[in-house]
Design a protein around this ligand. Structure first.
Ligand code: SF4
Length: 288
C-alpha cells in the first residue's frame, strides 16, 4: 500500500473565524498539501482571503462557491494569486457577463453541481451555459455527509440534460459519481484507482477536524491541536485507510470489481457497496 506523509489533495469548508482559518491554512501549507479546494461563502471568504494572502507559496487553489463569495475572494487576494486559482461557480449560476468578468481575473473558471438528490437537475442548463460562455469545465462534485445516492428520477433528468447539451460542450467534464458518469457515457474508471479518502485525500471541516472525505466523515484528527503530518502517520488514520482499502464482499464476481472497488464508501451502509450501484456487472460488462 503506497503511503504518504500528508494528503496530496484536501478539501476545506472553513468557518467565519478568521483566526482559525489562518491557523488551519498555515498547517496545510506546512504539510505541503499540493491541491486545496476551499468552499467559501459570504461569511468565511474574508478570513480565507487573508490567510491565503499571507502564505503566497501555498497549495494550488480551487475556490468553490456562489459567484458573490468567489468574486469577493478574487477581489481580496493579490492579482497574481487570483490569476493562479481555479474557480468553480456553484448554483445559482450567474449570467454570462459575470462569468466573462471572472474569466479575466482567474486562470480557470468552471461551473459546478453536486451529485445529491435534486442537485443534478440543472445539468442540461449548466452545460448549455458552459458552452455559451466557453468556460473550461463542468464539475459534478461529491456531496457532504450525510450523503444519499441519486434517485432514479435524478438520473433520468441528468441523462436528459446531458443528451440535450452534453455533446455541444467542448470543455472538460468531471463527474465524481461513478454510476452517473457511466450513465452519461463517460469512462468512469479513466484514471480511477479507487476511493482516495484517507489515502491521498482528506477533508477539513469548519471546526478544524480532519476527516477522510467530506462525503465520509470518519474522523482522523483535530488539526487545531496537531500537525497534519502527525495525524497522517497516526494509527487512527492508518486504520481508516486499511478499512477503505478492502473491496466489499458484495462486489465479488463483478466485472468491474478491481476498478470500482465498491464505489463510494460514503454512499454505503457500514463501508459496504455503494448504494448507487445498480448491481453486480456480469462478465459482458452489462448490469444484471
Ligand atoms: S468517500 Fe471516496 S469515493 Fe466517496 S466521495 Fe469521498 S473520495 Fe469519493
Amino acid at each position: 500500500m503506497h503511503d504518504l506523509s500528508a494528503p496530496i489533495r484536501a478539501t476545506w469548508t472553513p468557518s467565519a473565524d478568521a483566526d482559525l482559518a489562518a491557523k488551519l491554512y498555515r498547517k496545510l501549507v506546512d504539510a505541503r498539501v499540493l491541491f486545496l479546494e476551499i468552499e467559501v461563502d459570504g461569511e468565511s471568504v474574508a478570513g480565507v482571503a487573508a490567510a491565503v494572502s499571507s502564505n503566497p507559496a501555498g497549495p494550488i487553489l480551487t475556490m468553490v462557491g456562489r459567484v458573490g463569495a468567489v468574486s469577493a475572494f478574487v477581489e481580496k487576494v493579490p492579482t497574481a494569486m487570483a490569476k493562479r486559482a481555479e474557480l468553480v461557480l456553484m448554483p445559482p449560476h450567474p449570467d454570462a457577463q459575470a462569468i466573462e468578468e471572472l474569466k479575466k481575473k482567474a486562470s480557470t473558471v468552471k461551473l459546478g453541481l453536486v451529485s445529491r438528490p435534486g442537485g443534478v437537475d440543472g445539468l442540461g442548463a449548466c452545460l448549455a451555459l458552459a458552452s455559451a460562455t466557453g468556460v473550461a469545465g463542468v464539475v459534478v462534485s461529491n456531496p457532504h455527509a450525510p450523503a444519499s445516492p441519486l434517485r432514479q428520477s435524478d438520473l433520468e433528468v441528468a441523462k436528459a440534460g446531458w443528451d440535450g447539451s452534453g455533446e455541444d460542450f467542448k470543455g472538460q467534464v468531471h463527474v465524481h459519481d461513478l454510476f452517473l458518469a457511466e450513465l452519461l457515457g463517460l469512462d468512469p474508471f479513466a484514471g480511477y484507482t479507487g476511493c482516495a479518502a484517507a489515502k491521498s485525500l482528506a477533508h477539513l471541516n469548519p471546526q478544524g477536524i480532519l476527516t477522510a472525505c467530506r462525503t465520509l466523515p470518519l474522523e482522523l484528527g483535530d488539526l487545531k491541536e496537531e500537525k497534519l503530518v502527525d495525524i497522517w502517520k497516526s494509527g487512527k488514520r492508518v486504520e481508516v485507510m486499511g478499512k477503505l482499502d478492502k473491496i466489499p464482499g458484495e462486489c465479488g464476481g463483478c466485472h468491474f470489481e478491481q476498478s470500482c472497488r465498491g464505489g463510494c464508501p460514503g454512499l454505503s451502509d457500514n463501508l459496504g457497496r455503494d448504494k448507487s450501484c445498480p448491481g453486480v456487472h456480469g462478465s459482458s460488462g452489462a448490469g444484471n
